[in-house]
Design a protein around this ligand. Structure first.
Ligand SMILES: [Zn+2]
Length: 484
């Protein structure tokens, strides 16, 4: 036991080890939530545990610093549970087996859960130390990793703080100061099949070999989207022959750029001219994506089938959807050079007997522009007689320039380590966005120690960086107590 007891900062690693011993995967947060709540109770700190297992602990200011503005310290208590093949662990019951190697802590054969157990460890260490700090509100949320459910459900009306340190950033030396909001948007179209059977020849069209990638981080890399390429191939085919769609499919996650897609079509005549036109298109695609998707392949082959075809109107509508629905980078940020402000990714194209569905991940750091994109999809689908539904909406933390909190951290970092902290923005959602939406005028940043390979069994926490970040946090709290 107490494998980490000699590591500095001692209290941080002591609590980190205690937390690692308590199962705390997403959806299984009762035990860790009770642990946090009891930690407060034995110290006579006011605490709230809500019905979702979120916990808030209120910690008064160091005597003499009561006038300073309250600060929220926030992190999530759930972790992603991954294990290597053959590792015997029940994440619902068992703790993790911690190990150290050089400057790193890891868990044997599993994720470490430093994302975001380290936030809890810092928080408990703060409560367990004699530090100079303003009044603190510690907010521990559940199920961040499965859609930020705890933060979304949290009642923040009991919070006084308008300054927030979120401790869920795995890049040391970086301060996250803005993030995108988003939503999943699904466009639906009812399918009508041809009444009379006519003689068709069938062609299978497949798009493959694309690089794909995460729609938050890779959308601006200029890569191809297999579903859009498929739409383009279908329109090309429709220009040289009378075609009917039989099936369509491509991609399985709205936030992943699809790497392949397929369609089966019926062609009344001139199937050779379709094949020829698609061969030309394949050559053009190779040229267009010669840098991002060198292996791109568009293939068209005649196949045997007796399948039912969609009628002409439905075929035309589906092609119109794929050719005209917006997709990709929509706007770049007007203040932050190189940051994608608004984008959307068509990630899932699927159909069953009743309907076809196209699902998008929409992201924007500007709320109204996110709504504009949703309206564009809605407007086109209305024209086509389809519908649109929106789910999983999450808010952005808009960029507010160089705030007082950023300045405090920037100066503290420089004074402590003689180097400058970097500012970062992401085109994805984090819990800060939810808090910024709920708490008017919130000045929030996200920071944390270096954690490599989060969400994988290679996850490891850098020990020296954990110390550096601890020093930054306590120095910042001291400055916020004195100067804010
Ligand atoms: Zn996290």
């Amino acid at each position: 036991m107490a494998l980490l007891e000699n590591l500095e900062p001692k209290k941080v690693f002591k609590y980190f080890e205690e937390i690692a011993a308590i199962p705390h995967g997403s959806s299984y947060t009762k035990r860790i939530s009770d642990y946090l709540y009891n930690f407060a109770k034995v110290r006579n700190l006011r605490a709230i545990q809500d019905e979702y297992n979120n916990v808030i602990i209120f910690c008064p200011a160091t005597p003499g610093y009561e006038a300073a503005k309250t600060v929220i310290i926030q992190g999530h208590m759930d972790m992603v549970c991954e294990k290597e093949d053959g590792v015997d662990i029940d994440f619902k019951k068992d703790g993790l087996k911690l190990e150290t190697s050089g400057d790193y802590v890891y868990a044997k054969g599993t994720t470490l859960g430093a994302d975001d157990g380290i936030a809890l460890a810092y928080a408990l260490a703060i409560m367990d130390s004699d530090l100079i700090h303003p009044a603190l509100e510690f907010v521990f949320t559940v199920d961040e990793e499965i859609g930020m459910l705890g933060a979304s459900a949290l009642d923040t009306s009991c919070l006084e703080g308008k300054i927030m340190l979120n401790l869920d950033n795995e890049d040391e030396g970086y301060l996250l100061v803005s993030c995108a909001g988003g939503a999943t948007v699904t466009a639906r179209l009812d399918l009508k099949y041809e009444q009379e059977k006519s003689a068709y020849r069938f062609l299978k069209i497949s798009v493959s070999g694309l690089r794909g990638g995460h729609s938050g981080t890779e959308i601006d890399k200029g890569g191809a989207n297999a579903d859009l390429i498929l739409g383009r191939a279908l329109y090309t085919a429709s220009k040289c022959a009378d075609i009917r769609i039989v099936t369509l499919a491509g991609g399985n996650k709205d936030n992943a750029i699809p790497r392949s897609a397929q369609a089966l079509i019926g062609v009344k005549d001139k199937s050779e001219s379709v094949i020829e036109a698609l061969e030309d298109l394949a050559e053009n695609l190779k040229h267009e994506y010669r840098v991002t998707d060198k292996e791109i392949k568009l293939d068209c082959q005649e196949v045997e089938s007796g399948a039912e075809c969609l009628d002409k109107e439905t075929t035309d509508k589906l092609i119109a959807m794929l050719v005209n629905l917006p997709c990709g980078v929509y706007a770049m940020h007007q203040q932050v050079i190189g940051l994608v402000q608004t984008s959307l990714n068509l990630g899932i194209l699927e159909m069953d007997e009743g309907e076809a569905r196209a699902s998008f991940s929409v992201r924007s750091s500007i709320k109204s522009q996110k709504e504009e994109l949703i309206d564009r999809i809605d407007c086109l689908m209305k024209m086509l007689g389809g519908t649109v539904d929106v789910s999983g909406k999450y808010p952005a933390m808009e960029y507010n320039g160089y705030t007082k909190l950023q300045q405090t951290l920037d100066e503290a970092y420089h004074d402590l380590f003689c180097e400058r902290i970097n500012f970062m923005h992401i085109h994805a959602g984090v819990e800060c966005g939810i808090f910024a939406d709920k708490i008017k005028g919130l000045d929030a940043v996200s920071l944390g120690p270096q954690i490599n390979h989060i969400h994988t069994t290679e996850e490891k926490l850098k020990i020296s960086s954990t110390k550096k970040t601890w020093e930054l946090i306590i120095e910042t709290l001291k400055r916020l107590a004195r100067n804010y």
